[in-house]
Design a binder for this molecule. Structure first.
Ligand code: GTP
Ligand code: MG
Length: 273
């Protein structure tokens, strides 16, 4: 009797989870996992062929977690091998290289591939996502800044970490937060707790910052037609200023977006009678 109770307690405390890594080829997925599991870095590129599989044990609070890691190949060539492995994951590590914009832009298509392969029963709310902005040690070649990456991640309720598999920066912090969130989710009946990543900004604010960053000129930035009147420019400006004012908006990149809007308005008003 005693041992049965003990066994039940132990069962409750141990947990098995499956996590996968996603992202373009050569962004550093395998190196991030190797840095965490083996505490080392390999500078030579050894492309993952299809899938690499590994198991590790971690301790989160009073629970022992057995983590099955499926490290996916990023190359399109391996799609047929990869697509089998999306199902039943509790956690996803999404990786991009901060020196390659296309690897950041590809994150959306990685999510789409995953959703497609998981099929109609896919419940993205039961999965913890962590985004790794990797290779931050190569600061000179960096093209995707922190606010852009953080905004993409946090506006989706995903964790965001700046990492370097080479130096080890951010790697342990990232895995600790990742495993602890997965444990919280499992204890919460398999649903991502609402306060999982407390973003503190709205989807509208995030989308507006993204739109401002991508705008081609000042008219476009304020969302008015070329040739708009002073009144129209001021009206559009006021709306954006209320949305993005640094006192009100804590979204990553909001301060720069706000400044850009102020400058756009000033330059447009100079040329409108
Ligand atoms: P696939 O398996 O083809 O999908 O690639 P991957 O994403 O697993 O990339 P991998 O971990 O094999 O790393 C690719 C290359 O980037 C290797 O040459 C690594 O040494 C290098 N690399 C990975 N992470 C870092 C990093 O943080 N900093 C630097 N400087 N190089 C890194
Ligand atoms: Mg790999």
């Amino acid at each position: 009797m005693e041992t049965n109770i003990q066994k039940k307690r132990e069962n409750k405390k141990s947990l098995r989870v499956k996590v996968i890594s996603l992202g373009n080829a050569e962004v550093g997925k395998s190196c991030i996992i190797k840095r965490y599991c083996e505490k080392r870095f390999v500078a030579k590129y050894l492309a993952t062929i299809g899938i690499d599989y590994g198991v590790t044990k971690v301790q989160v609070r009073d629970r022992e977690i057995k983590v099955n890691i499926f490290d996916m190949a990023g190359h399109p060539f391996f799609y047929e091998v990869r697509n089998e492995f999306y199902k039943d994951s509790q956690g996803v590590i999404l990786v991009y290289d901060v020196g390659l914009k296309e690897s950041f832009d590809a994150l959306d298509s990685w999510l789409s591939e995953m959703k497609q392969e998981m099929g109609s029963q896919a419940n993205m709310e039961s999965i913890i996502f962590v985004v790794c902005a990797n290779k931050v040690d190569l600061s000179k070649r960096r093209v995707v800044d922190e606010s852009e990456g953080r905004l993409w991640a946090e506006s989706r309720g995903f964790h965001y970490f700046e990492t370097s598999a080479q130096s080890g920066e951010g790697i342990n912090e990232m895995f600790q937060a990742f495993f602890s969130s997965i444990t919280d989710m499992c204890e919460n009946g398999g649903r991502r707790p609402v306060s999982e990543v407390n973003v503190g900004f709205t989807r509208e604010q995030a989308d507006t910052i993204r739109r401002i960053r991508a705008s081609k000129d000042s008219w476009d930035m304020l969302g008015v037609k070329p040739g708009a009147t002073r009144e129209e420019v001021n009206k559009a400006y006021r709306k954006l200023a209320v949305l993005l004012h640094p006192d009100k908006c804590v979204a990553p990149g909001s301060e720069d977006a706000f400044k850009a809007v102020v400058n756009a308005r000033t330059s447009l008003l100079k040329n409108i009678k």
